[in-house]
Design a protein around this ligand. Structure first.
Ligand SMILES: *Cc1c(COP(=O)(O)O)cnc(C)c1O
Length: 466
C-alpha cells in the first residue's frame, strides 16, 4: 500500500463521527437505525471507491452534507400525500383512485378497534368474511353473486384456476386481446402462470366467431374476453359481439368470462364529455357468466378485484386454495363496503359522492376557473413567476379510456429566475410535493386533479420557493 493510499484511507470518516456531526443538522424525523444505515452505506461506499483506486475523498463537511441529502431523500421516499397536478385522474404512480372521506373514516374505525369481520352477531358463531359486501356488490351489478380479491389480476388468476384447470385447462382467447395492462401485467403470462393453457385464435385485428368455434374441443375450460382498456384498435378490425360469444359458449356448455378491468359502474358519458365505458352490469346483461373489474380504477375505491356473476362459479372460486392467499384485508373490505354503499345510496343515474366521480364531473367554468382565479390572485405578488391559465386536457388514466379527453384548466407557470424543470424538481421535494407537467416550456398544474382543499398548500409551496 503506498503512502498516499494510506493517507486517503485515514481520511475516510468514521461512522460515529458522522453521526455526531449530523446531530447538529436539521434532519427529518427518520428513526436512528435508518440514519445509521445511510451513514454506514455511504462510508462503505467511500471505502470501496478508495480500494478501487480513488485518490481523493471529500472534505468531512462535504461528506456530511452528502449524507444529510441522502437522509432527506430516504425520508421523502416514504409513502405520503402528493398534490396531483398532472390531470391524470387515476394515476398509478400516485396511488390510483383517491378514497372518499367517509370511506377512509370507516376504515379508520374498523382498523382502530375490533370488528365483526368473521363473526355472525346473531348466532355468536363464526361468520362469513365480507358477506355483506358481497351482497352489496352483487346487487350493484345485478349479479347472482360476487366476491373480491386482492386486485383484478388476482381475480383473473382465481377465475383461471377454477375454470382453466385439470382435464379442461384450455382457455380460448382472441389474439387481439393478449394485451399488457401495465405494471408488467401481461394477459398471456398471467394465464400461463395460473396453469391454464392459452389457445389463441384469430389475428391481432380480426377474430371471428368461427375462429372461437373451431378451437373448442374436449379440453376447453372457458372462453375469455379481455377488455382492451388501455388502447384501442381502429381500421380493418372485427370481432364477435359478447352476445355471440356467449351463445357459442353456452351451446358447448362452456362458461364465458370477461375481464373488464376498468370498473365503471355508472355511465361515464354522464360524468364528462367522454365515451361510454362498458359497465360490469352491462357485460353481465349480455350473458357472460363472470366478470372481473378493478376496485381502484373507475370504481373509485381501494385496490381490489371484484368478481361477479353466476352463484355456482363464484362459490367455486371462493373454495380455490389460492383464494385464501389472494384475499383482501379487513381495511380494504371496509373501504370497498363503504364505496359500494355510496353507489347504492344513489338511485340509478345519480352520481355517488366519491372523489374520483367528483373530479371527473367537475366543469371548467363553474368549478375550475374560479379556483384558478383565486390562486392566480395569490401568486401575483411573486415577481419572478409569470402565471396564468391555459386550457388543458385531463385524462381518466390508470389504463382506462385512452381516448377520453376531458376538457380541463391548468395553471400556466413561467418562472423567470429558474428553469421549468428546476421548478418542477423543487416542487417535488416539498413536504407536500406537487406533481405537474412541463409543456411549451411552462410548468403546468391541471386543477381537475388537485383537490380544492389543497389549493392553499399549492400556493404556499410556490410562495416558499420564490
Ligand atoms: C387494469 C386491468 C387489470 C388489472 O387490474 P389490477 O386491479 O391492477 O390488478 C386487468 N385487466 C384489465 C382489462 C385491466 O384494465
Amino acid at each position: 500500500m503506498s503512502a498516499t493510499t494510506q493517507n486517503v484511507y485515514a481520511r475516510i470518516p468514521a461512522v460515529d463521527k458522522v453521526l455526531v456531526a449530523l446531530d447538529s443538522r436539521e434532519l427529518p424525523p427518520l428513526p436512528i437505525p435508518l440514519v445509521t444505515d445511510v451513514v454506514r452505506t455511504a462510508v462503505d461506499l467511500l471505502r470501496a471507491e478508495v480500494k478501487e483506486g480513488a485518490e481523493a475523498v471529500p472534505e468531512f463537511d462535504a461528506f456530511v452534507d452528502g449524507v444529510a441529502g441522502e437522509i432527506d431523500a430516504l425520508y421523502r421516499s416514504r409513502i405520503h400525500p402528493v398534490i396531483n397536478g398532472t390531470g391524470v385522474c387515476i394515476h398509478t404512480n400516485l396511488g390510483r383512485s383517491p378514497l372518499g372521506g367517509d370511506v377512509v373514516a370507516s376504515m379508520l374505525d374498523v382498523g382502530r378497534f375490533y370488528n365483526n369481520i368473521e363473526l355472525d352477531l346473531d348466532s355468536g358463531e363464526r361468520g362469513k368474511r365480507g358477506g355483506f359486501l358481497e351482497k352489496c356488490l352483487a346487487n350493484l351489478v345485478g349479479a347472482e353473486a360476487a366476491t373480491v380479491s386482492n386486485n383484478c389480476a388476482a381475480a383473473l388468476i382465481l377465475i383461471l384456476k377454477h375454470l382453466g384447470n385439470g382435464e379442461r385447462n384450455e382457455v380460448i382467447i382472441s389474439r387481439g386481446e393478449l394485451v399488457e395492462i401495465g405494471g408488467g401485467f401481461r394477459v398471456p403470462e398471467i394465464m400461463e402462470a395460473s396453469g391454464a393453457k392459452l389457445v389463441e385464435v384469430g389475428a391481432t385485428n380480426k377474430t371471428s366467431l368461427e375462429d372461437y368455434a373451431q378451437a373448442i374441443g374436449p379440453r376447453t375450460g372457458m372462453l375469455l374476453k379481455v377488455h382492451r382498456s388501455n388502447f384501442w384498435m381502429g381500421g380493418f378490425t372485427d370481432e364477435p359481439t359478447t352476445e355471440e360469444l356467449v351463445t357459442l359458449g353456452h351451446e358447448h356448455d362452456l362458461p364465458v368470462v370477461e375481464d373488464l378491468g376498468s370498473g365503471a359502474m355508472i355511465s361515464t358519458e354522464s360524468l364528462a364529455p367522454i365515451p361510454h365505458e362498458p359497465t360490469a352490469a352491462e357485460v353481465l346483461q349480455r350473458g357472460v357468466d363472470l366478470v372481473c373489474v378493478s376496485g381502484d380504477k373507475l370504481f373509485g375505491g381501494p385496490q381490489a378485484g371484484i368478481i361477479a356473476g353466476k352463484a355456482n362459479l363464484v362459490a367455486g372460486i371462493k373454495k380455490e386454495p389460492f383464494f385464501r392467499a389472494l384475499r383482501c384485508d379487513k381495511l380494504i373490505l371496509t373501504g370497498l363496503q363503504e364505496t359500494v354503499l355510496a353507489y347504492l345510496r344513489n338511485p340509478a343515474g345519480e352520481k355517488p359522492d366519491l372523489p374520483l366521480i367528483r373530479m371527473l364531473s367537475a366543469t371548467v367554468e363553474d368549478d375550475l376557473r374560479p379556483r384558478a382565479e383565486a390562486i392566480l390572485a395569490q401568486l401575483k405578488p411573486i415577481a419572478e413567476l409569470q402565471s396564468g391559465t391555459v386550457e388543458s386536457i385531463a385524462r381518466c388514466g390508470g389504463g382506462t379510456m385512452p381516448k377520453a379527453e376531458i376538457p380541463s384548466l391548468a395553471l400556466d407557470l413561467a418562472p423567470q429566475s429558474m428553469s421549468v424543470t428546476k421548478l418542477a424538481a423543487r416542487l417535488r421535494v416539498r413536504d407536500l410535493p406537487v406533481m405537474g407537467y412541463v409543456a411549451e416550456n411552462r410548468f403546468r398544474v391541471d386543477l381537475r386533479t388537485v383537490f380544492p382543499e389543497q389549493d392553499a398548500k399549492l400556493v404556499e409551496n410556490l410562495l416558499a420557493i420564490f
